[in-house]
Design a protein around this ligand. Structure first.
Ligand SMILES: Nc1ncnc2c1ncn2[C@@H]1O[C@H](COP(=O)(O)OP(=O)(O)OP(=O)(O)O)[C@@H](O)[C@H]1O
Ligand SMILES: [Mg+2]
Length: 202
């Protein structure tokens, strides 16, 4: 039975998700909570191997969706559910909203197909809270250009990223009870303050 809390971080490549994870972990640990910090695709040994394939091998968008959920099944069974059962706060750098945004919103996989996989793989597991780091596409691209060599997704064009951003905002509009939209187009200090305010309510 679930006792902990499941918190996910979402947003485009370069929005700032990974940057703020150490802050969130520190805030939760200061409250005496056990935290488990993980990511998707990945989070398990098999999941990380699937991540390498997903980020670097060209494949059909539905193959991508199926592999994402295969990795997710492993992640839930081996990491997320056991941690939640012992009362930990689980922090995942991306989860199923990313599948809706990338594979459905940006690549055109039918939302019903993702919904079926979500129900199959997750049962009734859904995030308790989702922090959506929202930035304009040109900011995201600029940050990525400075940060690192692009993977398969990061080499997509601006139109792809615009669809992605809109899909994320639509997910947030459809699930207002768990989404917190963060305007991440501001200084790191200001974004950090917004993150701290949200985490203090969870
Ligand atoms: N508010 C900000 N202002 C300026 N630069 C930022 C800000 N937030 C993050 N960055 C920088 O942008 C780059 C990308 O940030 P980060 O890796 O946290 O993004 P991400 O959302 O985790 O991306 P990905 O989905 O690709 O992993 C990093 O170099 C980071 O230092
Ligand atoms: Mg990241």
């Amino acid at each position: 039975m679930k006792k902990g809390k499941f918190i996910t971080l979402e947003g485009m490549d370069g929005a700032g998700k990974s940057t703020h994870i150490p802050t969130i972990v520190a805030l939760l640990q200061a409250r005496g909570l056990e935290t488990v910090s993980t990511r998707e695709p990945g989070g398990t040994a098999l999941g990380e191997q699937l991540r390498t394939l997903l980020l670097h091998e060209p494949m059909h968008a539905e193959t991508e969706t199926l592999l994402m959920f295969a990795a997710r099944r492993e992640h839930i069974a081996n990491v997320i559910e056991p941690a939640l059962a012992r009362g930990a706060y689980v922090l995942s750098d991306r989860f199923t909203d990313a599948t809706y945004a990338y594979q459905c919103g940006a690549k055109g996989v039918a939302p019903d197909k993702i919904k079926q996989l979500e129900i199959w793989v997750q049962g009734d597991l859904r995030p308790d809270a989702t922090l959506l780091f929202d930035v304009p596409v040109e900011i995201s691209l600029k940050r990525l250009a400075n940060a690192r060599e692009p993977d398969k997704f990061e080499r997509e064009d601006a139109q792809f990223f615009e669809k992605l951003r809109q899909a994320y905002l639509q997910r947030a509009a459809e699930n207002p009870e768990r989404f917190h939209i963060i305007n991440a187009n501001q200084s790191l200090e200001n974004v950090k303050k917004l993150v701290e305010n949200i985490i203090s309510t969870l």
